[in-house]
Design a protein around this ligand. Structure first.
Ligand code: B16
Ligand code: MG
Length: 213
């Protein structure tokens, strides 16, 4: 039996693979601004806030813009991204996700979302995952981005579970750092080279055995 009473999930890269849509949308902006931007560069944007993502993209082209122009670029990118995610459905849920959410419910473990995205509402609705969650915390609720623990601490608070009794599922280095700063069990979904500081590591949520946590 697990000692954890709360489970907090990152969204992009853990529940669904939206990184490719972020990539396509940023790539369109990069082309417009004549900035070279590869799939490898896109790895640096995973788990990072929208503002920080734009910073990284512009730094790749050594470009500088006013605050107003930057706001405009972010809006433009988001429009393209939202267009993609509006086409999503339940077939885009990653392997093992639904089974794990059902197991957690069965064991009476509370479930929260802890995502940097401001678009989590659309994604949860389109994929039909919303009803599994007891609390939602996303980019609309927090002011400090991961690796700051704010998003996960607020998730635990909304669930009414002490931070030390929460486990976090994350695919980004900054997210693992945020979970550890929050004093939670940090379960990495990825590889040792990407997530060297995770407390536990799985390649996919299919591998999770709740009784071993
Ligand atoms: P949006 P997560 C993050 O979501 C993504 O991994 C990251 O690539 C993205 O820039 C960020 O959300 C903000 O997303 O532009 O939709 O608000 O991994 O924390 O669920
Ligand atoms: Mg992520």
């Amino acid at each position: 039996m697990t000692n954890y009473h709360g489970a907090i999930f990152d969204l992009d890269g853990v529940l669904v693979d939206t990184a490719r849509y972020h990539y396509l949308a940023w790539k369109q902006l990069a082309e417009q601004l004549t900035i070279p931007f590869s799939a490898e560069d896109n790895e640096r944007l995973k788990g990072v806030s929208r503002v920080k993502s734009l910073d990284i993209l512009l730094s790749l082209g050594n470009k500088h813009y006013t605050e107003k122009e930057r706001e405009h670029f972010m809006e433009q990118k988001n429009k393209v991204y939202v267009h993609y995610i509006e086409q999503m459905d339940e077939t885009e849920i990653l392997p093992g996700v639904v089974e794990l959410l059902k197991q957690l419910k069965h064991k009476n473990i509370k479930i929260a979302l802890g995502s940097a995205s401001k678009n989590s509402g659309i994604i949860l609705k389109k994929t039909g995952l919303r009803h599994y969650f007891d609390a939602i915390v996303d980019g609309n609720d927090v002011s400090r981005a991961k690796p700051d623990p704010e998003v996960f601490l607020l998730g635990a608070k909304k669930l009414g579970i002490p931070a030390g009794q929460c486990m976090v599922f994350e695919d980004a280095k900054a997210g693992i750092a945020a979970a550890k700063h929050a004093g939670m069990l940090a379960i990495g979904v990825g590889t040792k080279s990407n997530l060297p500081n995770a407390d536990r590591l799985v390649e996919s949520l299919e591998e999770i055995e709740l009784s071993e946590l």
